[in-house]
Design a protein around this ligand. Structure first.
Ligand SMILES: Nc1nc2c(ncn2[C@@H]2O[C@H](COP(=O)(O)OP(=O)(O)OP(=O)(O)O)[C@@H](O)[C@H]2O)c(=O)[nH]1
Ligand SMILES: [Mg+2]
Length: 452
């Protein structure tokens, strides 16, 4: 394969101790040689050596050089890494020198894409690279790293192996009916059913996996002055939003990211919902409504020291079909709201009384919050999780095909059943990238950062 040699700055752009320029491809060593004071071909593989970066007869920097001949490199190709000083100009000039010497600038994710194409990792593992880089909590990182180590891929491969061996016994009996007996249909059913259960477990893990990867958006809403910003500050344990007794204090959305039971959760405090003639406030109210629509969970704050107002009822309507926890705030004052009044507004909802000034009811509130977003405080131990809707869709496709196969078992010839099993086999292959279209692969790697 005569693929271009690519180069990029592999570290974040900015000032730091070290930056790394990475070069990968057939000519990586020859190209890098043109700007090195070392004899790169003679360097021990995967060891650092100190040498100058020389371009146009001038020394640009003193750097540590690493030569990683393929296939024992990240991309599977010859790779040279130049660990130079971490400055914007020095890295840029070194990259320019490498490009001038014959490499081309890498596209985002191109190193990882080459690693995938060269069989160094499968598609699910490649996706985990992004998750490792972007992980926001220790739990997200742990799950992402297990993915990179191949935990999901192994599970998928086991199921594919199972399917393949089932398929081959079926096909042998079709091809050589005289010599090979038909597999027992009862046993076949048991086998497929157990496979479906395993796929179901994986499909069921999506919600967890997704929230660990993407985080969770919790939006705090309510009419003005009920204590929304007080709640945000309580969660953040600092004064993130302004709290006053003037209704309409919060105009813009204030976001704070907090780790809740290992899940990165963004809490958004919003402008109190009410009809208003104030120009700025009404823009804020519009924003609040937009946030309500994209929320994973809503904390609806009510002031229990005042009877429900028509504004509250209107808000109740907006929240009707959403996941909501009601926070009955200001319990330090005589209560004017009956719990039944709220449940008649929104059925089957968690209602938690608390006082943000007296700090009562907070433990029960946090417990419920963790239950909703942080898996009830239960740690994600060694469970295999899927983290992407792409995985979920492929698993559902495989499951549907297996269900079809089972429904045919008692009535159809085995070759019809084999078709469904093949379909399931190929659907599972989409996750690891064994059977996946090129545009899907391109889309996945475009998500990566430059130099990865
Ligand atoms: N008595 C009492 N007052 C509270 C409690 N929580 C908040 N307050 C007070 O209620 C007022 C409004 O609080 P905020 O947190 O600013 O309310 P908000 O919902 O963000 O108000 P807007 O931003 O105007 O929509 C402040 O004076 C708070 O001190 C509580 O539990 N008990
Ligand atoms: Mg506020």
């Amino acid at each position: 394969m005569n693929k271009a040699t690519i180069a990029a700055i592999a570290t974040p752009l900015g000032e730091g101790g070290i930056s790394i320029v990475r070069v990968s491809g057939n000519d990586a060593i020859d190209i890098s040689q043109k700007i090195s004071s070392l004899d790169l071909k003679e360097l021990p593989a995967r060891r650092m050596s100190l040498g100058f970066v020389v371009f146009n007869e001038a020394r640009l920097d003193r750097a540590l050089w690493v030569v990683m001949p393929g296939p024992n490199s990240f991309t599977g190709e010859d790779v040279v890494e130049i660990h130079c000083h971490g400055g914007l100009m020095v890295t840029e000039l070194i990259l320019e020198a490498v490009i001038n010497s014959g490499a081309r600038l890498a596209e985002p994710g191109e190193f990882s894409k080459r690693a995938f194409l060269n069989g160094k990792l499968d598609l699910a593992q490649a996706e985990s690279i992004v998750d490792v880089i972007r992980a926001k909590t220790a739990t997200s990182l742990r799950v992402a790293f297990r993915g990179l180590e191949g935990q999901l891929s192994d599970t998928i491969e086991e199921n594919r192996d199972d399917l393949l061996s089932t398929l081959s016994t079926i096909e042998a009996s079709i091809d050589y009916p005289e010599d090979v007996e038909e597999p027992n249909r009862g046993e076949l059913r048991i086998r497929l059913e157990s496979m479906i259960r395993e796929l179901d477990d994986l499909i069921g893990s999506y919600q967890k996996g997704k929230s660990l990867r993407e985080g969770y958006l919790v939006v705090i809403v309510g009419r003005p002055n009920v204590g929304k910003s007080s709640l945000l500050n309580q969660l953040a344990k600092e004064e993130k939003a302004i709290v006053t007794d003037v209704p309409g204090t919060t105009r813009d959305v204030v976001e704070v990211e907090i780790n809740i039971g290992g899940v990165p959760v963004v809490f958004a405090d919003t402008a109190g919902l009410r009809d208003t003639d104030d120009k700025v406030e009404s823009i804020g109210v519009g924003k609040s409504k937009a946030y309500v629509n994209k929320a994973d969970l809503i904390l609806w704050v009510l002031d229990s020291s005042e009877a429900l107002t028509s504004e509250d009822r209107q808000i109740g309507k907006i929240l009707e079909d959403k996941a909501v926890i009601v926070v009955l705030n200001k319990q330090d004052m005589p209560s004017q709201i009956q719990v039944e009044e709220i449940s008649s507004l929104i059925p089957s909802i968690q209602i938690l009384p608390l006082s943000l000034t007296e700090k009562t009811g907070l433990d029960a509130f946090m417990l419920e919050l963790e239950k909703q977003v942080g898996f009830g405080g239960v740690e994600v131990v060694e469970e295999v999780l899927i983290t992407r809707v792409r995985h979920k869709k492929a698993l559902e496709k495989a499951k549907d095909a297996l269900k079809n196969a089972i429904s045919f078992l008692s009535i159809s010839p085995l070759d019809l059943i084999a078709i469904d099993l093949r379909m399931a086999y190929s659907a599972l292959g989409e996750i690891t990238g064994h059977t996946v279209k090129e545009d899907v692969i391109d889309r996945i790697f475009q998500e990566f950062c430059l130099g990865k």
